[in-house]
Design a protein around this ligand. Structure first.
Ligand code: SF4
Length: 85
């Protein structure tokens, strides 16, 4: 295991604090850019042929289904008033 000097430890911890601060500042902004499910009129079932699965705002990633404009997890079979092709 490499031996760390006090100087390198302080330098690295400073970079870590800056990175965490920048990330923490970015999270509320990205969350604030989304509307709540209630505001969007979200429902867990499709509306006719329209569903999250065929909406342009739908994203399916390794953490599950997500929407770029509505906050929280959404079902691929869900729908809301912001649906768009
Ligand atoms: S905008 Fe509405 S319909 Fe489209 S993916 Fe998001 S929650 Fe689903």
């Amino acid at each position: 295991m490499p031996k760390l000097s006090r100087r390198s430890l302080l330098r690295n911890s400073g970079a870590y604090v800056l990175a965490v601060s920048a990330g923490a500042m970015a999270l509320p902004n990205s969350a604030a850019a989304k509307v709540s499910k209630r505001e969007a009129g979200y429902q867990p079932r499709p509306r006719g042929r329209q569903s999250c699965m065929n909406c342009k705002f739908f994203r399916h990633g390794c953490r599950g289904a997500n929407c770029t404009v509505v906050a929280g997890r959404v079902s691929p079979m869900g729908w809301c008033q912001l649906w768009a092709r």
